[in-house]
Design a protein around this ligand. Structure first.
Ligand SMILES: [Zn+2]
Length: 60
């Protein structure tokens, strides 16, 4: 069963400050292979996602 076609950059944790989602086989930003986002770090619909992203951003 395919839950979602959304894939995520396999190297986002080191290459980006947030998950980079794509429908393709490779990250559009860094070119790393994408991986199925099924066990996603967090859901794009996660109501706390934006809060965490803001928290991360604040350190930069
Ligand atoms: Zn990437």
């Amino acid at each position: 069963m395919v839950k979602s076609d959304i894939r995520v950059c396999s190297a986002w944790e080191t290459e980006h400050e947030r998950p980079v989602y794509t429908l393709g086989d490779a990250c559009p930003e860094c070119g790393a292979p994408s991986k199925n986002s099924a066990p996603a770090p967090f859901s794009p619909d996660d109501p706390y996602g934006e809060y965490r992203r803001r928290a991360r951003k604040r350190r930069d």
